[in-house]
Design a protein around this ligand. Structure first.
Ligand code: MSP
Length: 474
């Protein structure tokens, strides 16, 4: 990621479901990256894309259930998505929707070009389809007659004429690009899984369906619509073509997602790009999958955690903090609301909140600010944590900031500045504390943008005074 331009994407989420903390996690992580690289490379050198996946049978059926026209349904859902992202302070540059006519045109042109090259053919396909996953399942993926990810949906046996992409033929090129390191599949364990699966053999993939009332028509045969995953993956490319000034961002620096959809992103997508003669993304990073109180989040179990409830309870920056540090980036983990509360109190209310309150209260005794705060640089501070970003451990960067906070807390406890009677000596002690806090303020910017500004506002004044509590105890 030494490039001068940084392009990061999240998956475009299906509009038939409400966003939960799983989606919020991916999007916050992408936001942290985007905010970080805007400081390092400059705002104009970063492109952060998210969006909505709006086609396909399950979306059509969800609209019907609500008695809405599909377009009305997706319009409403997309605006709800934007509302959630704004509450989480997500600084996306563009929000792409697959029903955007400009995207549809690019999908059609892209496929037509591959068809003209002879890499797409028509054949009959028979298989078991899961509408929840929007894919055909292999026998191994079916457990006890159901799809383990969508146990309450019945599987459909389908036999129909489909158009197929010659993925089998393309797969040796995909494999050689992975081996050459043209793109990285991360973390390492995931890469090994993908390589293992490629070696087992790849089948051609169906890229169209018949009789789907809500989708992109196949340009050379309008009885068919483009398979939703093919339509959706192309968003990453079409966004660079649709929005002004974004062409030079192609290919993406990072496609971020959870491991559930890594195969689509690390093999099928690259096969499509090779077929279409487009350059390949640089990094595909799959983070882990969350459960909630030990179980998969599901409406039926009633354990879905709504990120907006967290924002209401703890505020936006605390929600971002709790999610980013919930577990190691890349690993699975279990979310529990009681652990969030404990962590909120220990790390935020008693941690950074208390530290800022103590130091600013003591600094009220001084006539001025003992630090040379104007000489500090946001960029220089943030460069110190760059390796965490290039090595895909942004969560460890935040843990590193917390280790600085803890060290400073200990130092203050040892030095007992509140016992200091001489104002001059107190000024000397506070100078170090405040310098540390200014650096902490800078380092927090990508993760907790509002808290960062608040800390800097307090400690870069010529006269410091104690503010309202940053995080109230719960
Ligand atoms: N529409 C497709 C993506 C197309 S991208 C070209 C899709 N949508 S989805 O709404 O199901 O989103 C899946 C993604 O949401 C995951 O890859 C992950 O980013 C996020 N998560 C959804 N549930 C999650 C967890 N329980 N845990 C962690 N992340 C999860 O697939």
């Amino acid at each position: 990621m030494s490039d001068k331009k940084f392009y990061i994407t999240t998956p475009i989420y299906y509009v038939n479901d409400k966003l939960h903390i799983g989606h919020a996690y991916t999007t916050i992580m992408a936001d942290v990256y985007a905010r970080y690289y805007r400081e390092i490379l400059g705002k104009e050198s970063v492109f952060f894309l998210t969006g909505a996946d709006e086609h396909g049978l399950k979306i059509f059926q969800s609209a019907e259930k609500k008695g809405l026209q599909p377009q009305e349904f997706v319009d409403k859902a997309a605006s709800e998505f934007k509302n959630v992202w704004s509450k989480l302070n997500i600084s996306y540059d563009e929000f792409i929707r697959t029903t955007d006519p400009r995207h549809i045109k690019i999908v059609q042109d892209f496929l037509q070009q591959i068809y003209d090259k002879g890499l797409i053919y028509k054949a009959t396909y028979k298989g078991i389809y899961c509408i929840g996953c929007e894919k055909y399942l292999s026998q191994e993926e079916i457990v006890g007659n159901v799809c383990p990810s969508h146990p309450n949906l019945s599987l459909v046996e389908q036999e129909e004429e489909n158009y197929f992409l010659k993925l089998k033929e393309l797969s040796s090129k995909v494999l050689s690009e992975i081996n050459k390191g043209t793109y990285a599949i991360l973390p390492e364990e995931r890469r090994n899984e993908i390589l293992g699966k490629i070696k087992q053999g790849i089948e051609d993939i169906s890229i169209s369906r018949v009789g789907i009332p809500w989708g992109v028509p196949v340009p050379w045969d309008d009885k068919h619509t483009v398979y939703v995953w093919v339509d959706a993956l192309i968003n990453y490319y079409s966004a660079t073509q649709i929005y002004p000034g974004r062409k030079e961002f192609w290919p993406a620096s990072v496609h971020l997602m959870a491991k559930d959809i890594l195969w689509f992103h690390s093999v099928i997508w690259e096969g499509m790009l090779i077929a279409g003669n487009l350059s390949l993304p640089k990094n595909i990073f799959a983070h882990g999958f969350f459960t909630s109180n030990g179980q998969k989040m599901s409406k039926t179990l009633g354990n879905v955690i709504d990120p907006i409830d967290l924002v209401t309870e703890y505020g936006v920056d605390a929600t971002r903090y709790l999610l980013v540090t919930a577990f190691q980036f890349g690993q699975d983990g279990d979310i529990s609301l009681s652990r969030f509360k404990e962590k909120y109190n220990s790390d935020l209310a008693n941690g950074i909140g208390n530290l800022v309150a103590r130091v600013s209260k003591l600094a009220e005794k001084l006539t001025g600010n003992p630090t040379d705060f104007k000489k500090f640089s946001q960029k220089e501070s943030l460069e110190k944590i760059e390796k965490y970003f290039t090595e895909f451990h942004p969560d460890d960067a935040l843990r590193f900031v917390w280790s600085k906070i803890n060290t400073l807390d200990k130092k203050i406890a040892e030095e007992k500045p509140w016992e200091e009677e001489s104002i001059e000596n107190l000024g000397k002690l506070l100078k170090t504390y405040i310098e540390n806090l200014i650096e902490i303020g800078y380092l927090l910017k990508p993760f907790m943008p509002e808290t960062s500004v608040k800390i800097l506002e307090i400690f870069t004044q010529s006269k410091i005074s104690k503010p309202e509590a940053l995080f109230l105890r719960k």
